[in-house]
Design a protein around this ligand. Structure first.
Ligand code: HEC
Ligand code: HEC
Ligand code: HEC
Length: 95
């Protein structure tokens, strides 16, 4: 195989990989007061867009932490939209 074919194959793999990651089902945040299971795919479908949550494009979100999660990153949006859990136990399961 020519190097060019190799590069094309690698690019195709990257695109396929991005597709799979874009459809990511659930993201879990294990933590000491009870794991948070974030239904990512449900949010993609309910909100119909990636922007708003991913300002710089899909992928890890810089500085995503407790403060952001309890603010506009999770809870703040639930409060604004009056949809989704806003009580501790609505997000933190088990313990
Ligand atoms: C309701 C908010 C929200 C929406 C809408 C959303 N995402 Fe996400 N997404 C997140 C959060 C939060 C994370 C985890 C970020 C972190 O922990 O750094 C994430 C992570 C990701 C990741 C990285 C997963 C990993 O583990 O590496 C990808 C890829 C991704 N999202 C793609 C998308 C795409 C594509 C869309 C639109 C079709 C989308 N997201 C819509 C909130 C959202
Ligand atoms: C809308 C969902 C949501 C609600 C409601 C919520 N949290 Fe969280 N919380 C999270 C997420 C997501 C994280 C993880 C952030 C990270 O790890 O980046 C988190 C992290 C935490 C942490 C940090 C844990 C550690 O191991 O460092 C504590 C403590 C916490 N939450 C307490 C609370 C309390 C108390 C309440 C109720 C007053 C609450 N949370 C309500 C989503 C939520
Ligand atoms: C931009 C707005 C927005 C953000 C940001 C957001 N949510 Fe939501 N969330 C929603 C909406 C809208 C629903 C209701 C979806 C539905 O019922 O179809 C929802 C529902 C949920 C539910 C209930 C799912 C169910 O099965 O009924 C959980 C749990 C949840 N969100 C957790 C989170 C966590 C954790 C984060 C942050 C990592 C987050 N959400 C960020 C808008 C948001």
């Amino acid at each position: 195989m020519q190097w060019r074919d190799c590069a094309a194959a690698a690019a195709a793999l990257l695109i396929a990989g991005a597709g799979v990651a874009g459809a990511i089902e659930t993201i879990t945040y294990p933590n000491r007061i009870g794991q948070v299971n974030f239904p990512h795919k449900l949010h993609q479908e309910a909100l119909g867009q990636c922007r708003g949550c991913h300002e710089k494009g899909p992928g890890k979100i810089d500085g995503f932490d407790k403060v952001l999660a309890h603010g506009k990153g999770c809870k703040g949006c639930h409060e604004t939209m009056k949809r989704g859990p806003t009580l501790c136990k609505g997000c933190h399961k088990g313990g």
